[in-house]
Ligand binder design. Structure first.
Ligand code: BG6
Ligand code: MG
Length: 212
């Protein structure tokens, strides 16, 4: 990967384990509505915007609710998610991730975040990473969510690099699809319950140091 100058990281499930908090918050809502929700459903929501996630969770029952009821449900989920988020501290950034991103910076790569989440800024601040990345693009700045490549294209343009010069690090299928659609390379983080379907995959973020 000699041509790579920049690394664009997804946030939830890549830099930190907030993918679990998103799933937990959705589960509270799904339980209240009597809709089955397990880890498999939770994994399908990786990388997907808040409103699109709600539609997936409601499934066949999506027609039973008005738009304003759905908005209220999405806000309810976000309030629950924010209770987890607000308790996070720099201690929630693992030593492994911290070491990896600092080493990649020392190696001269430009580093960015490309996340669908509208809570990105708050999360980065809580983790003590508010000023760390060279560019941050999040759910508040895009009109098309993953698998549309807009989030990564905007990040690359903020960094001043072409898509061929950047690699996207993702834990979601939709994120990997977005990267390929935009002409980026992608490296997926694979786990027992989740395969993001990328050409190159790693088990943990520090494996990047063997590749980049
Ligand atoms: C993504 C998560 O990063 O952000 C999704 O993988 C989440 O699970 C999406 O739905 C939107 O997040 P938020 O914080 O704007 O509701
Ligand atoms: Mg993710």
């Amino acid at each position: 990967m000699n041509h790579i100058r920049a690394i664009i990281f997804d946030l939830d499930g890549v830099i930190c384990s907030t993918d679990h908090y998103h799933a937990l918050a959705w589960k509270v809502l799904a339980d209240r509505l009597g809709i089955p929700f397990d880890e498999q459903v939770g994994s399908k929501l990786r990388g997907i915007s808040r409103m699109e996630s709600l539609e997936i969770i409601l499934g066949d029952r999506r027609g039973d609710f008005s738009e304003s009821e759905k908005l209220a449900m999405a806000e309810e989920k976000n309030r629950i998610y924010q209770t987890y988020l607000s308790a996070m501290t720099p201690g929630d950034l693992s030593q492994e991730v911290r070491m990896t991103i600092h080493t990649l910076r020392q190696r001269g790569y430009l580093l960015a975040i490309g996340s669908s989440s509208k809570n990105t800024r708050q999360l980065l601040n809580q983790l003590g990473l508010g000023d760390f990345f060279d560019a941050v693009v999040d759910g508040t700045q895009i009109t098309h969510g993953k698998p549309n490549p807009q989030v990564f294209q905007l990040a690359a343009s903020k960094l001043g690099v072409a898509p061929e010069q950047a690699v996207v690090i993702e834990d979601s299928k939709t994120g990997v699809q977005a990267a390929y659609a935009g002409g980026f390379s992608a490296i997926g983080i694979r786990s027992e319950n989740n395969d993001p379907d990328s050409d190159i995959s790693i088990r943990k973020l520090s494996n990047l140091l063997d590749i980049l």
